[in-house]
Each structure stands twice: as structure tokens, then as C-alpha cells.
Ligand binder design. Sequence first.
Ligand SMILES: C[S@@+](CC[C@H](N)C(=O)[O-])C[C@H]1O[C@@H](n2cnc3c(N)ncnc32)[C@H](O)[C@@H]1O
Length: 256
Amino acid sequence: MGAWLNRIWCEDALQGLARIPDASVDLLIADPPYGLGKDYGNDSDKLDAGAYLEWTRQWVDAALPKLKSNGSLYIFLTWRYSPEIFVMLKQRMTMINEIIWDRRVPSMGGSTRRFSSVHDTIGFFARARDYYFDLDAVRIPYDAETKKARSRSIFVGAKWLEIGYNPKDVWSVSRLHREHRERADHPTQKPLEVVERMVKASCPPGGVVLDPFMGSGTTAVAARRCGRNYVGFELNPDYCALIDNRLAGLDKPEAA
Ligand SMILES: C[S@@+](CC[C@H](N)C(=O)[O-])C[C@H]1O[C@@H](n2cnc3c(N)ncnc32)[C@H](O)[C@@H]1O
């Protein structure tokens, strides 16, 4: 195992990516600043459209060579820049899915001049046709009621009823509200349920997950919980400390 692995480097991803050997990563999960002016304790989300897309091109070109030939990428975006960034990525990879993460935002007021936006657009891309993908690891079990409703003889013993269903491309998972037990002090923390699905489906056990923009460290926590290795970067030292705390929490008995 390289000295670069199972570490969060508190530095700019563009510099940090040079530490990682080419073709050493199974899965790249990227949740970059959205280009919407959010405050991460730095100016990383304050670029204008042209500069944001140029910066995206730079980190994409630095990160993709790190993937193994059967590796893949999930990228969290919003509708504002997903069209341009999907085109950029389609010139470099094969697009497998557009996944909608429905954040299950409650209906309260909202926009008056447009429809309220309540989803993230996630791009799922692969380097090659033989990309690693383990659907069985992420199937959703049918509940007892559904199984009962399907108890007619044509369904009995049906394999699909036993093994559960494909999670499909609309993932309805609540965002982490302030009181949520997973919640850390980061404005755009992603739920473990969403990131663990990516890890289990697209990184083999014991494999390596790279996240260039760790934030509160959700990808590292997900990787550890799923028995995968991780590596990543984060600019803000306060978030780096938060990540250390979250990872240390996994070693406490109640986290098991
Ligand atoms: C959308 S957030 C990631 C949230 C993360 N997925 C989570 O669940 O907590 C983006 C993060 O990237 C960090 N960041 C921005 N520019 C960066 C850069 N050039 N290198 C490393 N980190 C960067 C920001 O400080 C911010 O914490």
C-alpha cells in the first residue's frame, strides 16, 4: 500500500492529485463546489462561469488518469452547470447514467418565478465498457407487503423478488437536516446512504476510492464503513479536522 493511501491531504486537489500514481484508483467520487457562491471558508465557490468551467476542466484532466481502466466516476452537480460538464466528460468517458438525487426537501413556500429546485444531478461515467459494477451489492429488498402482494403462483420463487430491485436512477434520500445524527458542521454534507451506494456498486471490496473535494469526509467514512481504501483532498483546515474526527468516531465501539 502506498504512503498516499488512507489519508486526507489538507491541500488543493490540483496539487495533491500529483501524489497519486496513475491507474491506481477504482472509483472517483467528486463533489466539487457547485459554482453557486457557497461559503466553504475559502473562495473556491466564487468563480464566474468561464473560470469555473476552466477550473473544472483542469481538475478533471488531472484526476481521470488516476482511474484504473475499469474504473468509474460519480460527480455531484446542479442543473446550472451539469449540461456543460456532462459534455466535457462525454468527450473523455462513457456516460452510464444521469442520477437524480431527490433531496426530499419539504414543501414550504419556495421560489415564485420558477419551480423550486430540490435535486442534485449526479453523472455516472466509466472509462471503458468492462467497468466494475456490482448491482447485487446495492439491490433494495422488497418489503414484506410487496412480497405478499406478489404471492400469486406466477411470482412464487421468482429470483428478482428474493434478491431485491435495482435502485433505479432517481434516488430519494433525505438531505441531512440540522438534527440528523450524521450531520457534521459542513454546508453541503452528503448522506452516507447516497455515497455508500456508489462505493458498493462501483468499487470492489478492498479497492480504492478517490475524492478530490472531501468536505466533511463523507466519502472517506463511507469507504471505511464498506471495507474500501480512500484518499482525498480538502482545502479548508477546519474541515480537515472535522474529517479526522469523523474517521476517529468509526473506531469507537458504538459506531460499529
Ligand atoms: C461540495 S463540498 C464537498 C462535500 C462533501 N461531499 C461532504 O459530504 O461533506 C466541496 C468541498 O471542496 C472543497 N474545495 C474547494 N476547492 C478545493 C480544491 N481546489 N481542493 C481541495 N478542496 C477544495 C471545499 O472547501 C468544500 O469543502
